[in-house]
Design a protein around this ligand. Structure first.
Ligand SMILES: [Zn+2]
Length: 207
């Protein structure tokens, strides 16, 4: 129990890691004086697990634009929680092919639905503006709305999304815009993931 308490609150779970012997990997949130920290952890004692957790934490940091603060531990430089976005960065980090080079995602994305390139421009103060090459304002607003939901952001204008901390998070925007084009499917997946995490909880504790 003490170990679990020190880990903090579990906020995300990958029940079977396809890249490391189907181990269970979870993300824990801890409260610190300088803001929340996220710990990548597994109860598995199998060989290779420590290296795998290091990789996942490192990849989470790159994809989420976060800083490493300890073994398997990351946080946002702004001190904000951005919990949904941190969970997304962790999930994507677990899916990555470890043999491929690691890089944050760009602020552009090809929107299959409209056949146009989406550009997200940082306006400063944590505000981002969505534009489509074809100039489709309705679609730009829909994508901005997707960012607002997935990134727990504010919506200062129809085609804008803003981080409440007032700081830039380019990597998070690159990560989330890919999902924001199909926000309903992503929210559905998040709910299923959460349900699966609850079911997997007891065995995850014992591993
Ligand atoms: Zn922030």
């Amino acid at each position: 129990m003490a170990k679990t308490a020190a880990l903090g609150r579990r906020v995300e779970l990958v029940p079977m890691d396809p890249h490391c012997q189907d181990i269970t990997i979870a993300l824990y949130r801890q409260e610190a004086a300088d803001g929340p920290r996220y710990q990548v952890h597994s109860f598995s004692g199998r060989p290779g697990v420590v290296a795998r957790l290091d990789f996942v934490a490192g990849a989470t940091a790159v994809l989420g634009g976060m800083a490493a603060v300890g073994p398997g531990q990351v946080r946002f430089a702004c001190g904000g929680a951005h919990e949904l976005a941190a969970r997304r960065a962790f999930l994507e980090a677990c899916k990555l092919d470890p043999a491929q080079p690691l890089a944050a995602r760009p602020l552009q994305f090809f929107d299959k639905k409209t056949g146009h390139q989406i550009h997200v421009a940082p306006l400063g103060g944590g505000v981002y503006q969505v534009a489509l090459e074809g100039g489709d304002a309705g679609r730009a607003a829909a994508v901005a709305g997707g960012l607002v939901k997935l990134g727990q952001m504010q919506n200062p204008a129809p085609d804008q999304a803003a981080f409440p901390c007032g700081q830039a998070h380019d990597a998070l925007i690159g990560l989330l815009v890919v999902r924001a084009v199909n926000v309903r499917a992503t929210l559905r997946e998040q709910e299923m993931q959460a349900a699966r995490g609850q079911l997997a909880a007891p065995s995850a504790q014992q591993q």
